[in-house]
Design a protein around this ligand. Structure first.
Ligand code: FA5
Length: 333
């Protein structure tokens, strides 16, 4: 084949190959084959250089034309590929998809702080069942079947005399039935009441129950324990505590404790009821097999939602169990 025919064949072959190209890598390989430093065009150019002057004159224009046809063929193929990539490319003007990282619920955060304070004072953290037996929730706590104190607990009754525990005091009854003093325990858990829901009451809420039974325990120990805990968790020393005499069948005497943060806005500048407490009733110790002539102790049951509200200045308890994540996300670390 003479050089002119070779040049024409090369052009036809290269342009046909370009028509089949669909990715950048194959295009580059083809470019090297035809236009590379040791490519086929180079070989023909070299052969052209070896031609006598007359032949060069005749072939010069064809050589230039083939060279040009190949270059522009490659450029076009390149531009076409780029366009295809652009059309399928990610739109960088769209906002970034930010992965949603969950956060620890504010009740769980404060629960962890309460646990830390109590374990620091030598208390064990224990748990009890949500589905409870009548005797642990009521009878062993000095609340017999026809006792009017049962009315205060609007209970979710289940079958076979079981119920959703209305307070964590049930864990006191369970513990006294199993263990002799010294006892120093704290329980953090859900309780359930058929209560009307408002800004400070929910039907599912969390209590912190603390109880300490030993020799020579008195109310001074209780008050010191409560002050230490509440001030540590609220992270302030100016919290005021007020003890109001109250009745719970499982303590004698009984108190309710209100707290107030002087100068705080809204409800927290006023007295907020936080817990019930005082000395464990001798009858409750006896029912658990503990001799009240030897041992005495204190117990309290605190509303963890209320403590968390005080800690963060939250005005409405419904934030905690409501489904509005905008409220809860404020407490992500
Ligand atoms: C009791 O549940 C007693 N078991 C507490 C106790 C334990 C007394 C040990 C003596 C010795 P009371 O029903 O008052 O008591 O509830 C205790 C605390 O739970 C309240 O002070 C309040 O902070 C919280 N609480 C009560 N009801 C609700 C409710 N519906 N929603 C949110 N918190 C509540």
């Amino acid at each position: 084949m003479d050089l002119a025919s070779e040049l024409e064949a090369l052009q036809a072959e290269a342009l046909a190959a370009l028509a089949d190209i669909s990715d950048a890598e194959a295009l580059e390989a083809l470019r090297i084959t035809y236009l590379g430093r040791s490519g086929r065009m180079k070989a023909l150019s070299k052969a052209f250089g070896e031609q006598p002057p007359e032949a060069k004159r005749q072939l010069g224009a064809l050589l230039g034309q083939v060279n040009e046809a190949l270059r522009s063929g490659f450029e076009q193929a390149q531009a076409q590929l780029r366009r295809a990539v652009d059309q399928s490319a990610i739109d960088i003007s769209l906002p970034r998809a930010v992965p949603r990282i969950g956060s620890i619920h504010p009740i769980s955060q404060v629960a962890a702080e309460v646990e830390r304070v109590f374990t620091g004072m030598g208390f064990d953290v224990v748990d009890g069942p949500h589905i409870e037996e009548d005797r642990f929730n009521f009878s062993l706590l000095n609340i017999p079947e026809d006792h009017p104190a049962r009315d205060a607990h609007d209970t979710f009754w289940l079958t076979h005399g079981r119920l959703l525990r209305t307070h964590t005091s049930a864990v006191q009854a369970r513990t006294y039935a199993q263990q002799q003093p010294p006892i120093r325990k704290v329980v953090l858990g859900k309780v359930f009441r058929y209560d009307e829901v408002d800004a400070t009451h929910d039907n599912t809420f969390t209590q912190v129950e603390g109880f300490l039974i030993d020799r020579d325990i008195h109310a001074g120990h209780l008050v010191a324990t409560l002050k230490t805990t509440i001030r540590a968790v609220l992270q302030r020393d100016d919290v005021e505590l007020r003890l109001r005499p109250s009745f719970f069948p499982f303590v004698e005497p009984g108190f309710e404790v209100d707290v107030r943060i002087p100068g705080a806005p809204g409800r927290f500048g006023r007295w907020v009821e936080l817990l019930g407490c005082c000395m464990v009733h001798p009858q409750v110790l006896r029912a658990g097999g503990i001799d009240p002539a030897i041992y005495s102790g204190f117990a309290f049951g605190l509303g963890l939602e209320r403590l968390t509200m005080l800690r963060h200045g939250i005005e409405d308890i419904r934030l905690f169990n409501g489904a509005d994540l905008r409220g809860l996300r404020q407490f992500s670390a």
